[in-house]
Design a protein around this ligand. Sequence first.
Ligand SMILES: NC(=O)c1ccc[n+]([C@@H]2O[C@H](COP(=O)([O-])OP(=O)(O)OC[C@H]3O[C@@H](n4cnc5c(N)ncnc54)[C@H](O)[C@@H]3O)[C@@H](O)[C@H]2O)c1
Length: 270
Amino acid sequence: MSTKVVIQGAAGRMGKTLIRCIQEGKVEGLKLAGAIDLWDVPGIGEDAGINSGAKAAGVNLTTDLAAVASDADVIIDFTSHFGTAGNAERVAEWGTAWVIGTTGLSNEELAEVKQAAKKVPVVMAGNMSLGINLLCNLVEEAAKALHAKGYDIEVIERHHNQKADAPSGTALMLGQAAADGAGLDLKKSQVDGRTGHPGARTKEEIGFHAVRGGDIVGDHTVLLAGTGEMIELSHRATSRDTFAMGALNAGAWAVKQQPGLYSMKDVLGL
Ligand SMILES: NC(=O)c1ccc[n+]([C@@H]2O[C@H](COP(=O)([O-])OP(=O)(O)OC[C@H]3O[C@@H](n4cnc5c(N)ncnc54)[C@H](O)[C@@H]3O)[C@@H](O)[C@H]2O)c1
């Protein structure tokens, strides 16, 4: 029996990639059961597979999540922070597993997701790729070894010119890993860019720098700079397929889990 997947944000960059990967059978056992987006996007009413540059899916791009979600096994959401949080209560009611790739959620919005995770399995990650989730472990280890020895930690991220939030969800994941390793509280340590006369850097700071331009899929570097040397731990996404494959694997995994909030590290066993 196939796992029935609904893609929320189906006309977006990630939504189309997810649908194409399902149609190409890149993760076994998944079937597109719904493709949802807002009423004003191109392609509403048309076949979602064709709209994503893949073979026909027999499922149209529509706007009514409720019409497809209660009968589905998993909803995969790559939309916008308010769109995601706004569905939390309904997803919990439907009892459908939920994979959230959307980034930039506020603490209040995260609280709504956590509430839903009491009733359904939810996998949430600012980055769904194997490489970034592994890199988080490496960053934590490096920060643990080096921060107490005086190395400064900065996170530099580069994305396409349409990206809405900054710093990226991935940069925040990497920053959190660095803070965990260094024994810092990221809420207190995070410094977003610098301008004017901020003065000398403190030892507790973790700086975040967001570069935006062109069609960059996603570049992240964690810099650990000491006296006379620096280490750069970097990841470059060359295609959105890496995020889509991660999210689809997370969907296949989530349907077998008990309610709760999970990360990609749980999915990947890292
Ligand atoms: N976790 C990851 O691995 C990962 C990877 C890439 C992007 N992202 C995040 O995923 C999100 C989407 O990225 P994108 O590049 O595909 O953006 P995008 O703007 O290309 O696509 C978002 C789509 O969601 C739709 N949408 C917005 N609100 C909606 C709602 N309430 N209901 C239905 N559809 C809605 C939009 O119309 C649009 O088609 C962003 O938050 C981005 O940061 C996460």
